[in-house]
Design a protein around this ligand. Structure first.
Ligand code: AMP
Length: 221
């Protein structure tokens, strides 16, 4: 089964993808995580990608698309994947369709998360992530704090704030790009009959974990 997580930054795509990956036994492929790992390790790809990431801009397709294509070739991806952060433009979605079609596959489900904008900015500013690349657990210092401040519950590593989450300007830039370039994907996938939209909000007490549970139930019947 091939699933895409769609939605603006801070709506909880990573949280939902992580739970679905565990419950469905298929890997979560987060392009943002792959880029951040490369930035940390100072690889050539990381150095190039960081020029764009630090300003909240999209990394060019010449870098992003082959990186995803290579990841899809890995053995653990053969029974399906959960894509988190890709595609982000119609052009990337078309490339993805080609990559999957070449293997006789297609997108089965697109989960589109929506959250009120004021809540999104607050959620991103209070987001903390595990510094251990193999863990990558996500917390929120207000809504979902770790048991011990600054320490990951799961692996004991230090929690950090993502570089691109530190500046409100960069956050607004990422949201503007989402509105312009990524949100047209909602119609793109709706037209194919694979879109499932879910609101995630503290106001309605409907959070990522609830969405993941409902999706797993509907898939497993
Ligand atoms: P994310 O963790 O998904 O918020 O991604 C962090 C940053 O990585 C984004 O702001 C972009 O600079 C870059 N990035 C992640 N996924 C993509 C993508 N599909 N296309 C272009 N840039 C991306």
């Amino acid at each position: 089964m091939n699933i895409i997580m769609l939605g603006a930054q801070g709506t909880g795509k990573g949280t939902v993808a992580g739970i679905l990956s565990e419950k469905l036994g298929i890997p979560q492929i987060s392009t943002g995580d792959i880029f951040r790992k490369n930035v940390k390790e100072e690889t050539e790809l990381g150095i190039e990608a960081n020029k764009y990431m630090k300003n909240g801009a999209l990394v060019p397709d010449e870098i992003t698309v082959p990186m995803v294509a290579n990841r899809l070739e890995e053995d653990d991806a053969k029974n399906g994947v959960i894509l988190d952060g890709f595609p982000r433009t119609i052009a990337q979605a078309e490339k993805l369709d080609e990559m999957l079609a070449a293997k006789g596959n297609k997108i089965d489900l697109v989960i589109n998360l929506t959250t009120p904008r004021d809540e999104i900015i607050e959620r991103i500013l209070t987001r903390r992530v595990c510094s251990n690349q193999a863990c990558k657990a996500t917390y929120n210092i207000v809504m979902n704090p770790p048991k011990v401040e600054g320490i990951c519950d799961k692996c004991g590593s230090e929690l950090v704030q993502r570089e691109d989450d530190k500046s409100e300007d960069a956050i607004r830039q990422r949201l503007a790009i989402y509105d312009e370039q990524t949100s047209p994907l909602v119609n793109y996938y709706e037209a194919r009959g694979v879109l499932r939209t879910e609101e995630v909000s503290t106001k309605t007490n409907h959070l990522g974990a609830d969405v993941a549970k409902e999706v797993v139930e509907s898939i497993k019947g």
